[in-house]
Design a protein around this ligand. Structure first.
Ligand code: GN1
Ligand code: MG
Length: 356
């Protein structure tokens, strides 16, 4: 792919030095250095995001809202192409967008210090808080049913019947575990039927690499707004727990290294409550720990489903990668369940401390 033809659609992008960037599974990202500045270029995966223009619409309406209502909030808007649009589309290569590279910022892939978890939780909480009066349901749905756990479970059960027969046979144990934890799905269904759980502007991809940090480990802002849609707080808090609690990621093959770290949990609780604690209803607060079960379980279900369907969604760098990822997430789920009661008490203590 000749990226210079894409860059030609932007002002001042001659003599570009282009380097691959980031670790996302879905979109492709490059860092671009030109005579005029430093940028991030992304190709949106339109097999998954069927209409990337909906993403651009959401970013644009959020950006204008924030400029009017919260002008001091740091929000990275896309660079406009020569035609004034936020997205460049060329029939064969596809959909592209460019962002300014935020000076002196960096991302991290693994949370090494509690302060990073605290800062990230604060940033994701603030994002929802800043948009508390924005009409969440006016956002476009960029990925229908993205965090609909009931549907994900049903898709997994369908794959267990109609997927790759050899893989189904081989994954019997993991399929059994997914069925055994079905109560997590039932709790989700109750949440969607309860008026106590609010639909808010939700990021839906709160992994640590979606926060920009400055050199002193202070969170600057959140990035990757592709999946910003109306949603429940359990999605955001849950993915933080999924990706900040353990010292190793979903790719780790040595499952004995998977651990759930108390001080990182507390850092998430404190950071998120600092930003959004006042907005959460009592039943929501009571489901803080459930959020982690929900997201870890859903990711296990999604990886397992993809393995049974021959890796059509996530792809696989080696045979069995998605099964391994599913096993990894099931172990993480088990580790969190072992601490469920302790963590519920930690949330309770934070709620009480906030009231006093
Ligand atoms: C995908 O592309 P990336 O890494 O930002 C996925 C998330 C998963 C994550 C697991 C649109 O996110 O939901 O949690 O992989 N995004 C989509 O690594 O499916
Ligand atoms: Mg993403």
């Amino acid at each position: 792919m000749n990226l210079q033809t894409i860059l030609d659609h932007y002002p001042g992008s001659s003599n570009a030095v282009i380097t691959p960037f980031g670790s996302g599974l879905i979109n492709t990202t490059w860092r671009i250095k030109t005579d005029t500045g430093d940028y991030i270029l992304q190709k949106v995966n339109d097999t998954i995001f069927k209409n990337p223009l909906l993403i651009a619409d959401n970013i644009s309406s959020i950006s204008s809202y924030l400029q009017h209502v919260q002008p001091e909030y740091f929000f990275v808007s896309p660079v406009k192409a020569n035609d004034g649009q936020a997205v460049v589309y060329l029939p064969d290569p596809g959909y592209f967008r460019m962002f300014p590279f935020v000076k002196n910022s960096h991302t991290i892939n693994v949370v090494e210090k509690p302060v990073q978890a605290n800062e990230a939780a604060l940033q994701f909480g603030l994002f929802t808080k800043m948009l508390r009066d924005f009409p969440a349901t006016s956002l476009q749905t960029t990925l229908p049913d993205f965090h609909n756990l009931l549907l994900r479970y049903q898709q997994c059960m369908h794959a267990c019947l109609h997927g790759n027969p050899a893989r189904i046979e081989e994954a019997k144990k993991e399929i059994g575990q997914v069925e055994q934890y079905k109560y997590i799905v039932d709790a989700y269904t109750n949440i969607t039927n309860s008026p106590d759980f609010k639909l808010r502007v939700t990021h839906h991809d709160t992994k640590i690499s979606n926060v920009l940090f400055d050199e002193a480990d202070k969170g600057l802002c959140v990035i990757d707004l592709d999946t910003v849609m109306p949603g429940y707080f359990i999605s955001d808090v849950g993915d933080m727990m999924r990706t900040y609690l353990s010292p190793v990621s979903e790719e780790e093959k040595d499952l004995s290294k998977i651990e759930v770290r108390d001080e990182f949990f507390l850092a998430i609780v404190k950071g998120y409550f600092e930003a959004l604690g006042g907005e959460l209803t009592e039943p929501e607060k009571e489901h803080f720990v459930y959020s982690g079960l929900f997201m870890i379980y859903m990711q296990a279900v999604r990886f397992l489903t993809d393995h049974l369907l021959n890796d059509v969604y996530y792809g696989a760098a080696y045979t069995g990668q998605n099964l391994l990822r599913a096993q990894n997430q099931l172990v993480l789920l088990q580790r969190l369940l072992e601490k469920e009661a302790l963590y519920k008490n930690m949330v309770q203590d934070t709620v009480i401390a906030a009231k006093n």
